[in-house]
Each structure stands twice: as C-alpha cells, then as structure tokens.
Design a protein around this ligand. Structure first.
Ligand code: TRP
Length: 452
C-alpha cells in the first residue's frame, strides 16, 4: 500500500463510534433470531451459562486480537495480514486469513440476506397486523413464504439494496451514521419490549427459563452449539472486525472497547431472550420451536395479546435494524479489498460485490422451493453454505488468527498495540496462544465428526 493510501485511510469519529459500529455488526439475526431459538432448543439456562463462558473465554480474546490486527495492519483483511506478516518476518501465506474472511463474508451475506428478507416480509405483515388464526395457520404461512420464489427474491433484493445504500455512503457518512441512528433505536425498542414483558406478559417465567441454573442439562451438544454461536454472534473470523479495526484510532483502548462490545452484544441477546420468552410463556406456547420461534410462534402471540399490533411491528423493526447493521459489516471487508487491490472507487466496488452476493442469494432463495431437489452431502444450498461458513471457515480463520497473534507476531509488537497492564496482557496472550487454538481444534473435530 502506498504512503498516500495510508494517510488517506478513513477513521471513525471516535471511540464511541467504533463501539457502536462494532456492536452493530455483532448484534444481528444471531442475537434475536438464533440465540433465543438455540436457547429454547438447548435447555434454556444450561445453554446460556455455557454461552457466557464461551464469550468470555474465547470470544473476547479473539475479538481483541482481530481489532488489533486491523489497527496495526491499516488495510483490508488481506492487506493488513500482508503488512503484519512482513513485519513479523513470517510467510505471506498468512494472507489466507484475509481471503477466508472475505469469501466467507460474501457467502454468509448471501443467505443472511435471504433470512433478513423473511424478516422484512414479516415486518410488512406486522404493519398490517397478524390476524388471530389457529396455530397451524402460522406454520402454514411461513411454509407459504418459503415456497414462494417471488416473495423471497423480492425481499432479498430489497434488503441487499438497503445494505448497499449504507455502504455506498462511506465509512463515516454511511456506516457510522446508520449505526448512530439504528443502534440506540434498537436498544430503546428492546428495553420497551422487556418492560412490556414485565407488565403484560410473563417476565418471571422467562427469567427462570434463562437463568435458573440447571447443570444437569449441560451436555456435549450444548457445549459445541454454544461455542459455535459465540463466534457467529461476535462477527469473528470473517474479516469484519479486522476491517472495522483498521479504521480505529491509535488512542482507543482495545481491551476496554472489546469487553464493552462483547458485553453489549450479550446484553442484547439476553434482553431479546427475556422479551421473546415472556411473550411465549404468557401465551402458553412452546419455547423449543426451533428456527420458526420468531416467525411462527411470536406472530401467533402478537395476534392474541393486548397491544399486539404495535408491539409486533416494533419487534420486527428491531430485527430489521439488527440485521441491517450486521449486513453492512459483511460488505465492507470485500469493498476494502477491491479498492486496495484494484484501486476501485467505493461505488463500483460496492455495486460489483453486492451484485455478486445478490446472485448467490437468488440461488439460496430458490433452494427453498424450485431448486430444493439440488443437494450436496444431503444438504440443500442454504444449509450447505451455512455449514461451510459457520462450521468450517469461521473456526478455521479463528484458529489461524490465534496462531498468528500468539506465535508468529513479535510479542513486543502485540504488546505495543494492545497496551494493557502487563499482568492482564500475559493472561490474554496465553489464552490466545494456548486456550483458543486448543478449544477451536476440539470444536472443529467435533463438527467434522471425529469426536462426539
Ligand atoms: N454477528 C452477526 C449476528 O449475530 C452476524 C455477522 C455480521 C457476522 N458480521 C459478521 C458473522 C461477520 C460472522 C462474521 O447476526
């Protein structure tokens, strides 16, 4: 990278901005769609407890490592890794971390956008108000959405356009501005919904479900599900945090912001869980409904509860904001690579990347209906891409990042960039050197079926 490109690199307007955009990336469908249903299907509090340990033990250390790589590398995930590999006197093959991330983010966005499209469709329905119908009707309605290529592709297109629009606005004028509006709004809605749960639904039941400690429900399945989800929810391994970190000023403390980001992400997941399960239990519905929890179970509840029309609409707007601010963090890494590598301006880079994601997303949308006959290893395209990214590429990238920071980089450089008290540093550094790699390898072996 030229000297000029270095000095011209955009920067967040301050530490608060970095905190907000990274929380915006982290808080997404993972928190509000996936976390509640995984908790519901994995024994409630047992899953929550293991999940909290994974966030603290593996998630936070890696989040700090990724932010550090970006800030020191001052480039796209690929460019940063090249600069840092050179600095460390290590092989440039480490750039593969950047490539895995960018390709992974591209693939994740293709199916993330289709799911966000479901949410947009439901937001539309919520605006009109869910009609009080028997339970089966809500399952059928979701089935009908999946069976309709036109509806899926339409909403996927709308969502990609919304996301591209923000990234077109640039680092501060687009990404930062969008997050500064949506993230406080999201938090406000969430607090309101938990308040609603306390007043009009069954908050105590939700509280018991999430926090009543029951170690007997912990098993290996719960453990691995929680570890995988910790990666996904903190946006780790896919270059997003490296990219956002590359716009970070030197004077911001990475450990402190890293902890705050993980704390905020966890808080949102738990509040979403409280809000959702308060409503689910108040209506006597099933917490273990799986992926359909917010799309089948909740609309049923909204159709029956007092004020359900307004609350339902607010809820889906919340999910849209969450998904939107995450999607832009899946676009930016690729855009930063295209402009760094090919000197492309932001506009053509965003348009080219989003057009590619949009096309792959159409195939994903069709995999639910017209192309459902196409499977590989017994998986449809949606599950195939999900498995490839979240179960293979994410842990792999996480492992390589831990190895690079823990073993390839010069310790003095790491120390200089992380700048925290030497005791805490030693603790963190040893976690990155030993604990993270071992934990990731164990999850990985479990996933590919060698153990477990
Ligand atoms: N963390 C987001 C969520 O929980 C998803 C996400 C955004 C993501 N950017 C990412 C996941 C980068 C992995 C990598 O919904």
């Amino acid at each position: 990278m030229s000297e000029q490109a270095q000095t011209a690199r955009a920067h967040w307007s301050g530490r608060w901005a970095f905190f907000l955009v990274t929380v915006g990336s982290a808080v997404g469908l993972g928190n509000i769609w996936k976390f509640p249903y995984m908790t519901g299907s994995n024994g409630g509090s047992a899953f929550v407890l293991v999940y909290l340990c994974c966030i603290l033990g593996i998630g936070v250390p890696l989040l700090m490592a990724e932010s550090m790589l970006g800030r020191r590398g001052q480039g796209s995930p690929v460019g940063s890794m090249r600069v840092l590999a050179d600095e460390a006197g290590a092989s440039r093959l480490w750039q593969v971390i950047g490539y895995i991330g960018i390709v992974g983010a591209f693939i994740i966005l293709s199916f993330y956008s289709v799911v966000a499209g479901w949410v947009l469709d439901y937001t539309w329905q919520a605006a009109e108000g869910f009609k009080a119908l028997p339970k089966e009707a809500f399952a059928e309605a979701f089935g009908a959405l999946l069976a309709s290529p036109g509806r899926l592709i339409f909403w996927h297109t709308v969502f990609m356009a919304m996301s591209a629009l923000v990234v077109l606005g640039g680092v501060t004028g687009g990404i930062e501005r969008a997050n500064k509006i949506m993230m406080p709004a999201l938090f406000g809605i969430l607090v309101f919904l938990v308040g609603y749960g306390a007043v009009a639904a069954d908050l105590p039941a939700a509280w018991r479900f999430l926090f009543h400690f029951d170690p007997s429900a912990i098993n290996r399945g719960v453990l691995f599900a929680a570890m995988g989800h910790a990666f996904f929810t903190l946006s780790l391994g896919m270059g997003a945090i490296i990219t956002y970190g590359s716009y970070l000023e030197r004077d911001v403390s990475i450990p402190r912001t890293g902890l705050a980001i993980a704390g905020a992400d966890t808080l949102v997941a738990l509040l979403a869980g409280l809000a959702i399960f308060s409503i689910v239990f108040a209506q006597g519905l099933e917490p273990a409904a799986g992926p359909g929890l917010i799309l089948q179970t909740l609309p049923l509840a909204f159709s029956q509860m007092p004020g359900g029309h307004a609350v339902g609409l607010l809820f889906f707007v919340l999910v849209v904001f969450a998904a939107w601010t995450s999607a832009i963090s899946l676009i930016e890494p690729g855009v930063s690579l295209l402009s760094e590598r090919f000197g492309m301006a932001r506009r053509p880079a965003v348009l080219a990347l989003c057009a590619g994601v949009w096309l792959l997303g159409i195939a994903v949308a069709l995999s639910f209906n017209d192309w459902s006959g196409f499977t590989l290893f017994g998986l449809g395209l949606f599950d195939l891409l999900d498995t490839l990214t979240t179960k293979i590429m994410m842990p792999l990238a996480g492992l390589l990042i831990a190895l690079f920071v823990g073993w390839a980089m010069k310790r003095a450089h790491v120390y200089d960039e992380i700048r925290m008290g030497s005791r805490v540093f030693v603790l963190w550094f040893n976690v990155v050197r030993y604990v993270s790699p071992v934990a990731i390898v164990i999850i990985f072996l479990n996933i590919i079926g060698v153990i477990g």
